[in-house]
Every structure is written in C-alpha cells, then in structure tokens.
Design a protein around this ligand. Sequence first.
Ligand code: CA
Length: 699
Amino acid sequence: MKRIRLVLTLALMVAAAACHKPSGPGAVDAARMAAAANGAEWLAPGRTYDEQRFSPLDRINLDTVGKLGLAWYAEVDTDRGQEATPIVVDGVLYTSTAWSKVYAYDAATGALKWSFDPKVDGSRGFEACCDVVNRGVAVWKGRVYLGALDGRLIALDAASGKEVWSVQTTDKTKPYTITGFPRIVKDKVLIGNGGAEYGVRGYITAYDAATGKQVWRFYTTPNPEGKPDGAASDKVLAEKAAGTWGEGLWKKTGGGGTVWDGMAYDPALDIAYFGVGNGSPWSHRLRSGGKGDNLFVSSVLALKPDTGEYVWHYQTTPAETWDYTATQPIMLADLTIDGRPRKVLMQAPKNGFFYVIDRADGRLISAMPYAPVSWASGIDLTTGRPIENPASRFEKAPALVVPSAFGAHNWHPMSFSPKTGLVYFPVHSIPLGYANDPGFTYRPGASNLGVDIAPKDPPGPGGTLTPDQATPKGLLVAWDPVAQKARWTVNRQWVLNGGTLATAGGLVFQGSGEGELDAFDAANGAKVWSHKTLNGVIAAPMSYELKGEQYVAVMVGNGGAGGVAAAGLSRPWPRLPGRLLVFKLGGTAIAPLHKSAVAPPPVDLAGVTSAGDVARGYEAYHRNCFACHGRDVSGPWLADLKRSQMLRTEADWKSVVINGARSSRGMASFSRFLTPTQAEDIRAYVLTVARQAQAKAGG
Ligand code: CA
C-alpha cells in the first residue's frame, strides 16, 4: 500500500511538473519557446531556437510603415558599441549595453523597472578585441541571464534585477571575455567566450540554470599538454582533432577556437549547434608549424545539449590563418532543395561563403560566395574543402586578401523570412594586407596575432585583386539559400552595417552606421521607411506586440569591431551615449539631439617636446596600440590620441600608459608590455602625427 501511494505521489508530481506553467516575470520555458514560433513574443535575442529572427507580426507592413514613429526611447550611460537585441517577455523589455549592464523597461511606456551593473573592471576592456560590447540576455523561469565581459555568468531575478547567482566561467588570469548572449536549452545555460586574438583555448560550458552548477564543458582544441581534460570533448579531441595540429605556438596560446557568438538548437533532433572562432595566433605557420587542419577551429560543432557529446562538425576554413572565424550567426530552417525537404543549418561566416548544411548529419549541401572572395575559388562539394588560392597564405610575400579579418559578414544578426525564402544580412567587403611578422614574439596576455595586418608594403589593389575585390563596400544582401545567389542588394555603409529583422509585414529592418534605421521591401529591397537615429546603428532590430500594438525596437550606438578595429576607415565621430529606440504606428515621441555631439578641441602643442625615438615609437605603437587607436593614430574612435591632453607631458602620458590612470574607462596599464622608455617613444611618434594633423587642419 505504501509503495502504491508512493508511486501515485510520484506520478502526480511528474504530472504536476509537466503541467506546470511558469508564472510571474520572465516565465519562459521550453513550451513557451516552442509556442513563440507563431506568436507575437520575442523571448530570446534570436527570437526562437532556430534563430531566424522573423517576426510573424504584420500590423506594421508595406502599406502602414509610412506611419511608423517613435513610441518611446531610453538613453543609457555608456557611449561604447551597442550590439544587443532586446527581448520582450510579459510586457517587460530586457536589454543589455556595453560593459555588460542590463536594463528592464515597461515595454509599452519605457518606464525603467530596474537596472543591473556587474561592475566589470574597466581594465578588462583591453582584453576585448572588438569593443566592450554585449549582445543580449536570456530569460528563463523567472531569471535573466547575462554573460559579463570579465567571464562571469550571472543569473538575476527577473522581477527585481537582483543577483541570484554568479559563476566565473573563465580563468581570470587569462584574457578571456564574454560578449555573446547565453542560450538556455533544457534548463541548461550554454555559454562560450572570446579572446583568441590574445591567446586562449576556446570552449563551451553548460550550467544548471537553477543553481549555476557546471553540467559539462566541451573544449574546441586539444589540451596543449596532451592530456585529457576530464571534459565532454576528451574522446572526440583524441580521435579527430589531436592529429590535426603540428608543433607550434598553440601549445602556449591554447590554439583559439573561441565560441563567442553563433549558436542554435533543434528540439526535434535534440542537437545544439555552435560556431567556433579563429586560430590563436592567427598565423597558421606560427600556430601549428604550417601543418594540419587544426580542428575544431573555424568549424560548426553539433553537440548533444544534455551531455556535450559530439555529434558532427563541419570545418569551414581548414588551417585558418586570416581570422576567418565560423562563429557568425547560425540559423536553422526547413527548405526544399532539389524537390526534397531538407532540415538545414545556414551560416555566412567571415570567409565569404554561404553554407547550407544538413543539420542532422553535418553534410555540406551547398556553398557559394556571398561577397568578393580572393582566398579560394570555391568549395569542393565532394570533400567539403575550399579550393585555395595559395598566394593568399602570404607565406612567401605579403598578400592583399578579401574577405579580411573584418569578415565579409561578422556577428551582425541575419534574419530569414519564410514568406520570401530569403536570408537578409549585412556584408562588408574590406580587403586587408596580410604579411608574416618577423619581429613577432608571443607575449602572454597581449594581442598575439603573429600576422602583420598593416604591412608597409602590401601588394597594391589590382596587383592580386580584381577591381571588384579591391573596392571596399557595404551591402544589405537578400540571399536565396536554395539557389545560392543574391536576389537583391542595397548599398550600405561599408564598415558599420547593422543586423537585420524580417517581418511578416513584408519588411526588412536594418540600421546603418551613418545614423538611420531603415525599412526595406523584403521582396525587392526598395527603401520604404527611414528614421534618423542621430547615432550609428549596428545592432539588430526586433519586434513585439502588446495589447494589439506592434512595436519595433533597436539599440543605437556605434562601436564594435567595425568601430574599434576599423577606426579611421569608418566615420563614427563623435561617440555618443547609447539609446534604445522603440517605434509604433502613429508614434510621435522625439528623441532630442545628444548634448555632447562635439569633438574635443585640438590640444595646444606649442612648446611640447619629447626625447623619445619616433621610429621606435611607430613600431611600438603598431604592435601595442593599433588595434584600438587605429593605424597611424587614425582614430578617432576610442580616445583620439591626437586630441588627448595627456599628450602634453611625459608624466601625464606615463600616468596613463604605464600607471593605468584611465583603467576604469577601459585603458589598462601597459606596464606588462611596455617600458617607460617605450611609452615615451610612442608619445614622440603620436606627437609627430598630431602636429601633422593640426598642420593639415590649419592649412
Ligand atoms: Ca577573431
């Protein structure tokens, strides 16, 4: 009897758990994620597990979009890049900003409900190759989950914003960062990290959403010490990956392969997909002695979400040497190809090819260039391997290559409309010179590319590139993944070119680095609506419905890889505080001009001198400062050094560069990498450039 009662009680508990509908703020679960596919909700940055970013809402459509106006806006306290896609759950809009801060607003009125600042140490900003951005939060069963720049995974109470638990997902002594948003699958929080430009070993971890306890970890590169990690990846790394690495610096750096952005999940197949980043250092010759494919760098990995068990992989760029990450957004869709229904995975990684892969077994279905590509003439569909142009490997001579490290497509979200069958995404075609770096030595914690990406003597445009390949451009592309060709394109800003949203209203929304949010006819690319955002937009818009009203929301704020690493190529001045803009039909709100939209005045350099060596300063600058402050001090994105008051005296300069006086704002002390004498050499060089710039402006 007792046993029967126990069985009955257990059965009732199971039934209760199955029927349990979460309630209260942020009550998202698997059933609700599944239902969202056809509903008005936007429950995760990618909206649904397939990350199609398609809104089934159509109140805002080709006929009505002309009446779209601002409903409300909010301004945040950071002027660094804004890359988050907001989410809306039960009338609350959650978003994140640069420096990993989280905000919760009433989605109808914009009233702030709470905010959370994880108080990331500003000096960690140095370790973020591509700005201190954050791409969004996840909500699950009453909690909001944030990956913080310093490697923490933090669970917040969705009602109050108070911290519930926090775990350090990375070794804090190493230059790991988190900029991507967590995915939550089967009560597990899946999170990766970045840092391959500096020297780290990539991995994905699953944490119990309730407690923060680690469930499994999967490393994307073999253990440099040749031993097992006691992780989910041990078996497959030994069987498939270990033999693909030669002798080289990967044993010091960890080999890279960071998983910092693209992920998706197929509940029917119960497979989670992860995009894996570039090798570390970039140079395959230095990393692996020029030998081997270096699995699982630049690959799509398919794993079982409960255990991290390997299912399949597809490597987009074997022996990667150009920063051709495959961590770009991953999207799942069901397409009819050659008359057959296919469950596919789609990705447009940095290397310029659009891949359509069978997501059940990882077999390549098709791959075609979606942008000018010089490094390979195509992908062999039998082997799945690229047909490389050997000169692009810059082994014997520097090479001008396209796409470049900026990617023909980077992290910017892409969207898919089942109505048009098209995938919409931003393309940046930016050639870059690559050369071996004979002066390179590995410095733990520093930028360790092992490649000279500003060679003084790269082959000129036209030397190895066609005019089409050599001409920088930005495009919004509507890609037919079945025919593998563009149906239409629109010219856009070529460095800062935003993510996209497709809607059932026949629209594609996209922001531009030039300071506009635009809507295009999804069928033909005709611009049908535009709004001046007063600041660049790189993030993707999203859409939601409340009480019969459809809204479109977007984070505004230039920066990111384009803003920082391509400083001087783009036109991002001035840096302005980030904003969240929310639109509805008939909206009449007005976001005022920013108060600080002026550049600081030039520095008075009269009588300023330096005993530093300009030539040595040039060399040291381009080894240490270039990534954030631009080639030839071209800025101006992060502090324009030509306009820095700190330039006036040796002591002031040293206080920042060596003593870290600006570390809370993201400028770490460089005492690990530079002597005071080298810092002064850099000052001498920057002074020269500043004087030249002032003379030019004056003349
Ligand atoms: Ca990279």
